[in-house]
Design a protein around this ligand. Structure first.
Ligand code: ZN
Length: 270
C-alpha cells in the first residue's frame, strides 16, 4: 500500500550526504511513554506518532527522510500513575534541539518535528525555533498531529462522542491504536471519564481551549482516561490515521514550498 520510507538510521554516511543534497525534509517523530488508561499500553503516543510518520514517509519516499522516534518526553504531571518516563523540560528541549542541530550540521535544511504527546508541544516548538536561530539557513517546524483546520473538520465528521470525548486515551487514541494493533488493546477495560474542570476558556479536547491549565492528572482522572475510550473502533482509527497522514504530508510540502531563509541587513527604505 505504501512504498518503503527512507530510514535515516539505515543510511551509510555517503548516503546521508546524498540525502541532504536531495533537499529532503527530515521527519522527526516525538512522543512519550505514559499511562493511557487501563485498556491501552503506555506506548500509545509512540505507536501512533510512529505510524503516522511511517505512513507519511512511505507516501513521499523521494521527499522525506524518516528519523527514529524520540520516545521519551515531558510528563511529570502523570507520575502518580505507573509507567511514564518523564524528562526534565530543559533537558528534553535541548535534546530535541540537538537532534535538529546535528541534522543541520550534516546539510539538511528542512525538518519537521511531528509530536504526538500534548505536553511536549511547547518544548518541541521551542526546540524547532532554537534550531532556526542557531542555523539561520534552516527551516525547522513543529506540529501536533491532527491539529490543523482541515483535520479538525475531519475529526468532527468521524467522531461519535460530543465535546469532551477526545482528550487522552479517548475515542481518538483508542481508535487509532485499534487500527494499528487491535490485540494490544483490551476494550473490556475501556472506561469513559471526564473529570477535567472545564470552563469557557480552559477545557480539554483534542484541541484545547485558549487558556492552558494543567494540574496533576490524578486530580481529575482516576483511570487515566479523559474522554470516551469506549467509543473507539478500528474503522474510525483508520479514518483518523488517513487524515493525520494527509495532514503530515501537507506539513512537509508546506516546508518544501518555502524558500530557505536568508538574513539581511536592515535598511530604512524598501
Ligand atoms: Zn496519548
Amino acid at each position: 500500500m505504501w512504498s518503503r520510507p527512507l530510514l535515516y538510521e539505515r543510511l551509510s554516511w555517503p548516503e546521508v550526504r546524498r540525502a541532504a543534497g536531495e533537499e529532503r525534509v527530515c521527519l522527526i517523530p516525538v512522543a512519550t511513554l505514559e499511562d493511557h488508561g487501563p485498556h491501552l499500553p503506555i506506548d500509545t503516543d509512540v505507536r501512533i506518532t510512529w505510524e503516522i510518520c511511517r505512513r507519511t514517509a512511505g507516501a513521499a519516499p523521494d521527499e522525506i527522510v524518516l528519523l527514529p522516534i524520540v520516545p521519551h518526553g515531558y510528563s511529570p504531571h502523570h507520575m502518580d500513575f505507573p509507567g511514564p518516563i518523564t524528562i526534565g523540560w530543559d533537558t528534553f528541549t535541548r535534546y530535541c534541539r540537538d537532534v535538529g542541530s546535528s541534522l543541520a550540521r550534516h546539510g539538511f535544511r528542512r525538518m519537521l518535528f511531528l509530536n504526538g504527546h500534548g505536553s511536549n508541544q511547547p518544548f518541541v516548538d521551542a526546540a524547532a525555533r532554537l534550531v532556526c536561530v542557531d542555523h539561520p539557513e534552516v527551516l525547522a517546524g513543529s506540529a501536533f498531529y491532527l491539529s490543523g483546520r482541515r483535520a479538525l473538520e475531519r475529526i468532527e465528521e468521524i467522531r461519535d462522542s460530543d465535546a469532551g470525548g477526545m482528550a487522552h486515551a479517548c475515542e481518538l487514541e483508542t481508535s487509532i491504536y485499534l487500527a494499528i494493533d487491535p490485540e494490544a488493546v483490551d476494550m473490556e477495560k475501556a472506561v469513559d471519564e471526564r473529570g477535567f474542570p472545564a470552563g469557557e476558556y480552559s477545557y480539554m479536547e483534542w484541541s484545547d481551549g485558549p487558556m492552558r491549565v494543567m494540574p496533576w492528572w490524578s486530580s481529575f482522572s482516576v483511570s487515566g482516561v479523559q474522554g470516551d475510550a469506549s467509543k473507539g473502533t478500528a474503522e474510525k482509527g483508520e479514518a483518523f490515521l488517513a487524515a493525520a497522514v494527509e495532514e503530515c504530508l501537507g506539513f512537509v510540502r508546506d516546508l518544501l514550498a518555502k524558500p530557505l531563509p536568508e538574513r539581511r541587513e536592515p535598511r530604512e527604505t524598501l
